[in-house]
Design a binder for this molecule. Sequence first.
Ligand code: SF4
Length: 196
Amino acid sequence: MTIETDLEEIKNMCAMCENCTLAKSRTQTVFSAGVPNNKLMLIGEAPGFYEDKQGEPFVGKAGQLLDRIFNSVGLSRQKNIYICNTIKCRPPENRDPLPEEKAACRAFLDAQIEILKPRIILLCGKVALTSFINTTNGITKMRGKWFEGPYGSRMMPIFHPSYLLRNDSHEKGSPKWLMWQDIQEVKRVYDELAEE
Ligand code: SF4
């Protein structure tokens, strides 16, 4: 068995999943995008309208911005990032996933992490943040810090690109400026891992 076949098996199980009520309203499950690898995984929140239609996480304007952010430091979903969400079906009206939906779907996310054992995990937005870190602090306080993650990984919460789209300033201290600091730190650690 390879990483790819292990992931394919979980993806097929996910596609048939009816463990929560979101199965009824989805167009399709949204399992992952990018390159399966053991270095860099990004975990977002939940599929939105375009993701549900296309079956891929982070498409639409937020996804395009995320791609530009990674491209600015030489990373991309075509070459070195594996992307998924905390839950695999779109919540109605793009609301946040309910605790019971996150719990019902958690086994798929855990399986993705267990198969890949990524060295860096980026928690993109508050839903991903609170799925892994027990905190009442928001993403603005938690972003940019490294935390210990599963299988010895390093986890960093980062802003969700949808939030950045709503905050257009590039001034020092703005969300976009902070994201730029965070992504450079991620690249620094990524490069260190590449040298090991
Ligand atoms: S969100 Fe997850 S648990 Fe719920 S139906 Fe979709 S795949 Fe299954």
